[in-house]
Ligand binder design. Structure first.
Ligand code: IPD
Ligand code: CA
Ligand code: CA
Length: 276
């Protein structure tokens, strides 16, 4: 794909992520207010509305491109590439009036090789973005992963496997090790934001079990362009939703610990797919 074609798509993704982000933030703050909490029907509407706005705009600009959206699945239009969309990542934050929800948009012409990624956090007004081979940015500022090399000082982001109860004991052991050996542990509630935070050097590692491709496609480009490293819980697999993302220095330590506990846990799902 030409430099111009990809740049046009990047600019379109940035624009519509901000437009949709402004719309959902406005809705969270105004109309829904505090009574918003727990209204999952309204939230579903917002997820759908955000995805609709994003898809309509991108389809108008690039009619031969295809879509893989969290809410509406796969839509094929022609021989263009595919847009991977998570219209609100961190819906639970959104529901509870917490800041860390994002809009995540990636574009690929080959499966699992996203060429560009855009992650927008409306409350922070931070737009993280990257094009493969051209570096990673927060707004107009170039970003890189941290150079932290001390495990005891590292900030680890871990999210609980709420949808996978069979995995909770194994995960508890992972959390225990992180609490004992690393500097601090966090969960901000949006996978796309977590990947962006590792890219921005705010955190040194993020790992999570059972993610979907739309959670991480955009963040993968951003973190790899920021010098980060990506592996999976399964050492032998090329790609999965069980991810370990770190800066360059601490990759070996985190992958060894997570994989050791994962293998001992023996709680892998039968017929586990690449993305759950
Ligand atoms: C979720 C968020 C959350 C992660 C979950 C995801 P959603 O996405 O990324 O941080 O822990 O695994 O499903 O449901 O809010 O789009
Ligand atoms: Ca998500
Ligand atoms: Ca979502």
């Amino acid at each position: 794909m030409s430099f111009t074609d990809i740049t046009e798509r990047l600019e379109a993704a940035k624009k519509i992520a901000k437009t949709s982000g402004a719309m959902i933030k406005e809705k969270q703050l105004s109309e829904l207010g505090t009574s918003f909490k727990g209204k999952s029907d309204v939230v579903t509407l917002m997820d759908l509305e955000s995805e609709r706005i994003i898809k309509n705009y991108l389809h108008e600009q690039f009619p031969s491109d295809n879509f893989q959206g969290e809410e509406t699945g796969i839509e094929r239009y022609g021989d263009g590439g595919t847009w991977i969309i998570d219209p609100i990542d961190g819906t639970n934050n959104y529901v509870h009036g917490i800041a860390g929800y994002t809009i995540s948009i990636a574009y690929e012409t080959e499966k699992y090789v996203p060429l560009l990624g855009v992650v927008y956090s409306p409350v922070h007004d931070d737009l993280y973005w990257a094009v493969r081979g051209r570096g990673a940015y927060r707004n107009e500022t170039r970003i890189t992963c941290s150079s932290q090399s001390e495990v005891k000082d590292a900030l680890t982001i871990i999210s609980p496997p709420l949808r996978y109860p069979h995995f909770i004991d194994t995960y508890s052991e992972m959390i225990r090790r992180m609490c004992i050996e690393t500097g601090d542990v966090r969960d901000f509630g949006s996978a796309a934001l977590h990947l962006s935070y590792v890219a921005d050097g705010k955190a040194d590692c993020y790992f999570e079990y059972g993610l979907k491709y739309h959670d991480v496609a955009a963040g993968f480009v951003i973190v790899s362009e920021a010098g980060g490293r990506l592996s999976f819980f399964e050492p032998e697999i090329k790609f999965s939703g069980n991810i370990i993302v770190t800066n360059n220095q601490l990759h070996l330590w985190y992958t060894s610990v997570v994989r050791e506990i994962y293998q001992k846990g023996g709680s892998r799902i039968e017929n586990e797919k690449v993305f759950l």
